[in-house]
Design a protein around this ligand. Structure first.
Ligand code: PMM
Length: 297
């Protein structure tokens, strides 16, 4: 685990309120992993984004393609059709908008429309044009650990040492992005919980969460996306072993947020903003309590 006083880092051009950031998720999709369909309508998605900002979200992450395990790809035109009105409206509301996309064309649209962060779950592997695009635009870039598209990603969840391999693969992707001209200061790293990570045996997600320090040793801020993921549903399975439904794992998500923020995560990506924003404040008070003793910095 990261020492509780590990600096979380900051990213030029993004909020720096002196605590872990809260990123609220708006999935403009009919079939997302955890909130499939709820915000597919643009008007509902926009209202949801605004409400999350009112509840304390620092960044609103807008995505038009589901990445749930087994999902098939959405055509480019459809992804653009989904995200365009939502990105435009949330930027017009003055919010800090992030676009969750693996496509350079969608990222380009969003940057031109005023988005301040590109969240690429493929870490530049899905669309090789992505790193150069964000480098030229000089926008912050979330580079997530990824081993392949959703339809077969779980078959790639094979590791000897999950922490070491995720760290090394993130380092390789970061070097590749920097080779394309991206300023390393603009890179945020993400272990990609649930993406080519097993929720059963061997369990990969908890191992990564418990070793954030090793990922933080790459020198970049960390974003953690554990909200409503399968590994939480499994943890909370009933006596018959039936996993808890996604939307009923929000309390467990809040616990992960508190632990990750206390451990020095830079940002948590969540579906329910208010309780997670509270958890971040608890974690920050805890960190301040440690420092208050005059100990480590
Ligand atoms: N997870 C999902 C989508 N986008 N982006 C980042 N950076 N990290 C994640 O863990 C992540 C992501 C899938 O979850 P959802 O379908 O509930 O949005």
């Amino acid at each position: 685990m990261i020492e509780s006083t590990t600096p979380r880092g900051s990213v030029p051009g993004l909020p720096d309120p002196g605590r872990c950031l809260v990123m609220g998720v708006v999935n403009v999709t009919p079939d997302s992993f955890s909130d499939g369909g709820a915000w597919f309508d643009a008007t509902a998605a926009i209202r949801h984004g605004v409400r999350m900002a009112e509840e304390g979200a620092d960044i609103i992450d807008v995505g038009g393609e589901s990445t749930r395990p087994g999902a098939q790809r959405v055509p480019l035109e459809e992804e653009l059709r989904r995200v365009k009105p939502v990105v435009h409206a949330l930027v017009a509301e003055g919010l800090v908008v992030s676009v969750d996309t693996m496509r350079a064309e969608v990222a380009q649209f969003a940057i031109d429309a005023g988005a301040r962060l590109v969240n690429d779950v493929s870490g530049g592997l899905s669309d090789p044009a992505m790193p150069r695009l964000v480098a030229r635009a000089r926008v912050p870039y979330v580079l997530m650990h990824w081993r392949g598209h959703s339809h077969d990603m779980q078959s790639r969840a094979v590791y000897g040492d999950v922490v070491g391999e995720v760290r090394d693969e993130l380092a390789q992707r970061m070097a590749a992005a920097v080779d394309e001209g991206l300023d390393p200061e603009l890179i945020v790293l993400d272990p990609g919980l649930g993406f080519a990570k097993r929720p059963d045996v061997p369990e990969h997600n908890w191992t990564l969460l418990a070793h954030l320090a090793e990922l933080r040793s790459l020198g970049r801020p960390l974003l953690i996306g554990g909200s409503r993921k399968r590994f939480l549903g499994r943890l909370l399975a009933d006596a018959a072993g039936e996993p808890r439904p996604f939307a009923e794992s929000d309390d467990a998500t809040v616990a992960v947020t508190a632990l990750a923020a206390a451990a020095g995560a830079w940002c948590v990506r969540v579906h329910e903003v208010r309780p997670n924003a509270d958890a971040v404040r608890v974690a920050e008070a805890w960190r301040a309590g440690i420092e208050g003793r005059g100990g480590a910095r």
